[in-house]
Design a protein around this ligand. Structure first.
Ligand SMILES: Cc1cc2nc3c(=O)[nH]c(=O)nc-3n(C[C@H](O)[C@H](O)[C@H](O)COP(=O)(O)OP(=O)(O)OC[C@H]3O[C@@H](n4cnc5c(N)ncnc54)[C@H](O)[C@@H]3O)c2cc1C
Length: 414
């Protein structure tokens, strides 16, 4: 008889784990308190970020720290209360930014990102939603001539990793995106990146694929995890799901069920917001653009132009703070003809981030049968499928498509 698995969390990571385990013949049940793909995996910028191999906490973070700590950068809002409540995560995050750790973390991210677009293309084909995939790259933009040096440096870095990019001047930017206002003297086009027009529906289409192949989805709020014989049980207020194995893929909520077991994964969150706006007239973009100096993505989506904010380092469940999304909305209006706002309130989510900006993929120390797949930070929509492939191969004893060592839970859980 095939081994049974409960996958907790039907975001991009959990749905991908469920599909990869199902493909290998395991009997999989996917559990979420909401519909698949309606939390963090809904609200992101939809970028399949092949080129995102430089961790956010790279050594350059130290140079930016004074502006971040003074809340003077649109890229980051730091709530002092979070600093006081979670000094450990913050200090570890900063400590990981030391130069001696950089090469190993870039290599680990590279091992994931190389699989991003091919795996999504394959899943979208199987799910019948290939029309949602745009293989038009992404465009990074700078508001001053000084941006040329940054664009060139990134171009050189990407070339070392065999990722093609093109440095563009104002005229070349207009040729690529004719409706952008001419406020950007420098740009970097990265054709290897791709994007989708609706990340939530893409995640739910992958969940439908899982169901069409015989998988089960249960809607339930899980309150605790307990050992049950040689397996595990996930308990709700009134019942329990039992299986040989459990996979925790609860995104920013993953720590909630692990801490009562004495497992603290050191998972932090980086909150972020989005809002949709309609373009004026026939203005359009062919790809997501990232305005480096103003720190926002603007991505063409089914619902309109989605503007996403930088990082809000407030507590996960603290009330919204719309300061950043309001600021970047104003900046986006400077760059592109945007009209009405589509929804009354901005969306808010939380990127699940471990101090080294690498996900946690593997079996929990001292807890056979309890598997972990979370912490995919800013690139979890991209890396969901490769996370699923690595995890499922480890469970079935195959050689994973990427070396799982850099993602081992033991680096944070003793
Ligand atoms: C503003 C913003 C922009 C981003 N842009 C990009 C981008 O362009 N490209 C990219 O690759 N990534 C991007 N990301 C990151 C990406 O969205 C996340 O890394 C990814 O969605 C995480 O997926 P997940 O499956 O781990 O978590 P989630 O999608 O949050 O899924 C977790 C699931 O767990 C469920 N859950 C939680 N607790 C329980 C419980 N107790 N019982 C039952 N169910 C529970 C939730 O309902 C949820 O469905 C962005 C993130 C943000 C916030």
């Amino acid at each position: 008889m095939s081994r049974s698995v409960i996958v907790l969390g039907a975001g991009m990571v959990g749905v991908s784990c469920a599909l990869s385990l199902q493909k290998r013949g395991l009997d999989v049940t996917l559990v979420d308190r909401r519909e698949p793909g309606t939390e963090t995996s809904y609200g992101n910028a939809g970028v399949l970020a092949r080129s995102s191999i430089m961790p956010l906490n790279a050594p350059s973070l130290w140079r930016k720290l004074p502006s971040y700590l003074g809340n003077r950068s649109p890229a980051l809002h730091l709530d002092p209360a979070r600093l006081i409540a979670e000094p450990g995560w913050m200090l570890r995050f900063l400590w990981e930014a030391r130069p001696s750790r950089l090469a190993a973390r870039v290599a680990a991210l590279e091992s994931l990102m190389a699989h991003t677009v091919p795996l999504h293309r394959e899943l979208m084909t199987q799910a019948g939603i290939l029309h949602r995939l745009r293989e038009t790259g992404t465009l990074k933009l700078w508001r001053s001539e000084a941006g040329f040096a940054s664009a060139q440096a990134e171009h050189d870095f990407l070339r070392e990793h065999h990722i093609e990019s093109q440095v563009l001047d104002r005229q070349a930017i207009s040729a690529v995106e004719r409706d952008l206002k001419p406020i950007f003297p420098a740009g970097l086009l990265i054709p290897a990146n791709a994007s989708v027009d609706a990340p939530g529906p893409v995640t739910s289409a992958y969940a439908d694929l899982f169901v069409n192949r015989g998988g089960r989805i249960e809607q339930a709020e899980i309150r605790s995890l307990t050992r049950a014989g040689s397996g595990w049980a996930a308990t709700t207020d009134s019942s329990a799901f039992a299986a040989d194995l459990i996979v925790v893929a609860l995104g920013p909520w993953s720590g909630d069920l692990l801490r009562p077991l004495g497992l603290n994964p050191q998972l932090g969150v980086e909150r972020g917001y989005h809002r949709h706006l309609r373009a004026i007239g026939s203005a359009s973009l062919s790809r997501p653009v990232y305005d480096v100096d103003a720190a926002y993505f603007m991505a063409p989506m089914e619902q309109g132009y989605r503007v996403t904010s930088g990082v809000d380092l407030s507590a996960r469940d603290a009330p919204d703070n719309h300061r950043q999304i309001d600021a970047v909305t104003a900046s986006a209006r400077e760059a592109f003809p945007l009209g009405d706002v589509v929804e009354a309130q901005p969306w808010r989510g939380a990127r699940p981030t471990l101090p080294d900006s690498l996900p946690m993929i593997g079996e929990a120390p001292r807890n056979p049968g309890l598997w972990l797949a979370f912490g995919n930070q800013h690139i979890g929509f991209s890396t969901g499928p490769v996370t699923g492939e690595i995890l499922a191969a480890m469970i079935t004893g195959e050689t994973p498509i990427a070396d799982p060592k850099p993602f081992a839970p033991g680096r944070y859980i003793a």
